[in-house]
Design a protein around this ligand. Structure first.
Ligand SMILES: Cc1cc2nc3c(=O)[nH]c(=O)nc-3n(C[C@H](O)[C@H](O)[C@H](O)COP(=O)(O)OP(=O)(O)OC[C@H]3O[C@@H](n4cnc5c(N)ncnc54)[C@H](O)[C@@H]3O)c2cc1C
Length: 193
């Protein structure tokens, strides 16, 4: 929660207000003049993910929108409209997922940790057609970027670049990243809305 856990540069990158190169050289300047630490390392590392997904799109073209993704993996994808409504409106059985989805609904924003968890929940826990999740994100995200969105969705749904077919344990993730339930409380408290 809050301003400082990540840079919040994604919307400005997505709408073309700032380039990855400008950020890169600012970080290098900061490292030289002020300090070089884990945060400066990770900021550049994350920008490399952004580039990576652009190259994935260049290489694979429209495959990034297809149900089998770039891995040609066949799963028994389901589609249940009620489950889609519950997931979108943050009314599933999982409160960590719900809090993240409420944040998205109210603000157009979600942390990377949240995005990974809700995507995994949709595609791997509920086993729903991952493309509906990606399309919902496309319609909502303030930082929507075709390559980062569809690339990350494929990755988290087992049809992309992740060779290990991993599933997030959203309960453990909530215990680790929201141990006091502060984040869940913030977005699930009815009084706020
Ligand atoms: C399912 C899913 C969908 C996503 N959809 C988008 C999207 O539409 N647009 C988007 O910009 N990012 C997307 N991301 C990546 C990531 O969640 C956001 O870039 C990040 O949360 C933005 O916050 P920040 O700028 O504070 O990031 P920071 O952590 O400060 O990172 C700095 C920059 O690095 C890049 N970056 C960081 N993580 C990733 C990543 N996993 N993949 C690609 N680039 C990354 C972004 O440009 C970001 O602004 C998605 C991730 C997932 C798991």
């Amino acid at each position: 929660m809050g301003m400082d856990y990540s840079s919040k540069l994604s919307a400005w990158l997505a709408n073309g207000s700032i380039s990855a190169r400008t950020i890169y050289w600012e970080v290098k300047k900061f490292e030289k003049e002020i300090t070089e630490n884990q945060d400066t390392y990770w900021l550049i590392f994350e920008l490399i993910w952004r580039d990576f997904f652009k190259y994935v799109s260049l290489k694979h073209g429209s495959k990034i929108f297809q149900i089998k993704g770039i891995l040609n993996n066949k799963y028994d994808w389901k589609f249940d409209k009620q489950k889609l409504n519950q997931w979108c409106s943050g009314t599933t059985a999982d409160s960590f997922v719900n809090a993240n989805m409420k944040e998205l609904e109210k603000t157009g924003w979600m942390s990377n940790r949240g995005r990974q968890n809700v995507a995994s929940y949709w595609a791997k826990e509920l086993e729903q057609d991952w493309r509906y999740g990606a399309a919902y994100f496309e319609s909502m995200l303030i930082d929507y970027d075709v390559h980062s969105n569809w690339g990350n969705w494929m990755y988290n749904s087992g049809v992309g670049n992740d060779p290990r077919d991993r599933k997030f344990n959203t309960k453990l993730q909530a215990e680790r990243y929201d141990p006091n339930g502060k984040f869940q409380k913030l977005w699930l408290q009815e009084a706020l809305f």
